[in-house]
Ligand binder design. Structure first.
Ligand code: DGL
Length: 275
């Protein structure tokens, strides 16, 4: 059987925060990362557009042979994953799998929260889709009693423009955290429901009281994928091994590598692709 890498897709750089954790937890597998940097951000785009772009990316990764694709982007997971799994996969590739980041995050939240009061931070698209409250209701076994959400539209541009340690970042993080805490002062668990937000963690922690658990997704997705592969040996044996990572972007490769190195904490090489 021909083995192939695990595909990891994001609208741009953000999914690298997830990839980094996947590499730590699943170092023996090969990965193919695709960032749609030419059309990022997805967070402000309509349902139809995010669905179309995400399906194109999934098809590209399937064409490269990936038997399993992780959609590392919350916005794409919120707006496209369900349609792809239910409507497209049965026709285009019934033997392959596409997994997202929301369901595993929600399962983790249900394990962590003690009082069932949860806060979600995400892009406008993720928040408006209501995916987190709906999935928390469905998968937390009645454990989550209240979910409040806060869209943080300035956070992605702050990270993308390397403005993490600035007064501007401080202002917007303080403002959004204040808002979410006002919506429900009892939250004990706060999900960073966007790929970029872990890079603002220090600032977020400054304004979030210490008794509130802040959940970053990268580690959660990696743990859940490990568990998934243990339960699905028929998929596991289709994955190639060797620890290689291949970076592809829809933008100019030079533009990608600089910022990607910031996210990965090491130098990366990339090639430009179109589909
Ligand atoms: N990757 C997106 C997410 O996790 C953030 C960047 C974007 O808006 O495209 O929601």
């Amino acid at each position: 059987m021909k083995q192939a890498p695990i595909g990891v897709f994001d609208s741009g750089y953000g999914g690298l925060t997830v990839l980094k954790e996947l590499l730590k937890t699943l170092p023996k597998y090969d990965f193919l990362y695709l960032g749609d940097n030419a059309r990022t951000p997805y967070g402000t785009r309509s349902f139809d557009v995010v669905y179309k772009y995400t399906l194109q990316a999934v098809n590209y990764l399937f064409d490269q042979g990936c038997p399993l694709v992780i959609i590392a982007c919350n916005t794409a997971s919120a707006k496209a994953l369900r349609n792809i799994q239910m409507l497209d996969l049965p026709h285009i590739a019934p033997d392959r799998r596409v997994l997202g980041v929301i369901r595993p995050s929600v399962e983790k939240v249900a394990e962590i929260t003690k009082n069932g009061h949860v806060g979600v931070l995400g892009t406008v698209g993720t928040v408006v889709s209501e995916s987190y409250p709906i999935e928390l209701e469905k998968w937390s076994g009645g454990h989550v009693k209240s979910t409040v959400q806060e869209a943080c539209p300035m956070w992605v541009p702050l990270v993308e423009n390397n403005e993490i340690d600035t007064e501007g970042a401080d202002y917007f993080v303080r403002k959004n955290i204040k808002n979410v805490l006002e919506k429900d002062p009892d939250i004990d668990t706060l999900i960073l429901g966007c790929t970029h937000y872990p890079l603002l963690e220090n600032l977020i922690r400054k304004y979030v009281p210490p008794h509130i658990e802040i959940l970053k997704q990268g580690h959660i997705i990696a743990e859940k994928l490990l568990d998934y592969l243990a339960r699905h040996p028929e998929m596991e044996e289709r994955l190639s091994r060797g620890g290689k990572v291949d970076f592809r972007t829809t933008e100019a490769a030079d533009n990608f590598t600089g910022k990607a190195s910031l996210f990965m904490g090491r130098e990366v090489d990339a090639i430009t692709v179109s589909y």
